[in-house]
Design a binder for this molecule. Structure first.
Ligand code: SF4
Length: 207
């Protein structure tokens, strides 16, 4: 049975938190405050944040302190990412963010049960640990990281399980972007329900 690793709602392991530009998906280009939680056991071979995997390596931060830090910035949109953020109970964090008048967005593989209250749910399923079926119909955005050509068929398997208004994105894995982006463009032209997501924060060199 899948279980969250932290039921203490007052503290969360935070790898980093910073105010930046959302670089991916539907909200690409918008100012956003990112909170990257530690802990992930999904094990993507191409993961670009492997330091996040061990939650114990990251300081436990008090949610109240974290939210008051966010409130000192002009941020309106808060992105909770990881790691796999749903390894933690996110009810209190999202409640406090909403009380502060902020929008809550999450980026998750979907491999753990949903907790928290969300204005935007981006599910990015991974081959290494399948998403739970219940989260897929709740997604506002499905983002598939394309590492090789077999990922197109794999993407369609999950596109069939999300709701009809859910936005569909194909995003080249960063280290394979040179080979995969032209193939993604051809695929989107043939299947126009999909859109291209690029990690623009890496191009403009912001976190
Ligand atoms: S789910 Fe995200 S953090 Fe976890 S291994 Fe995959 S890419 Fe890395």
């Amino acid at each position: 049975m899948t279980q969250t690793i932290n039921t203490d709602q007052e503290m969360l392991p935070v790898m980093e938190h910073f105010y930046t530009i959302q670089g991916e998906g539907y909200h690409q280009g918008r100012a956003a405050y990112f909170i990257r939680l530690g802990g992930c056991d999904v094990g993507c071979v191409w993961c670009d944040v492997k330091d996040s995997w061990d939650a114990a390596k990251h300081p436990q931060l008090n949610i109240e302190t974290l939210v008051s830090t966010v409130k000192k910035t002009p941020a309106k949109l808060i992105v909770i990412t990881g790691g796999e953020p749903l390894m933690h109970n996110l009810e209190e964090l999202t409640e406090e963010l909403h009380l502060a008048g902020l929008k809550t967005h999450i980026e998750t593989s979907g491999a753990y049960p949903l907790s928290g209250s969300w204005d935007w749910i981006c599910v990015s399923p991974k081959k290494f640990k399948a998403p739970l079926p219940d989260i897929l119909p709740l997604a506002h955005e499905l983002k598939i990281v394309v590492f090789n050509t077999s990922d197109f068929g794999w993407a369609e398997k999950y596109a069939a399980r999300v709701s009809s208004p859910c936005k569909l994105y194909l995003q080249p894995e960063w280290d394979h972007a040179y080979e995969m982006t032209p193939l993604i463009i051809d695929y989107i032209k043939a299947h126009p329900q999909w859109e291209l997501s690029l990690q623009i924060h890496k191009f403009i060199q912001v976190p």
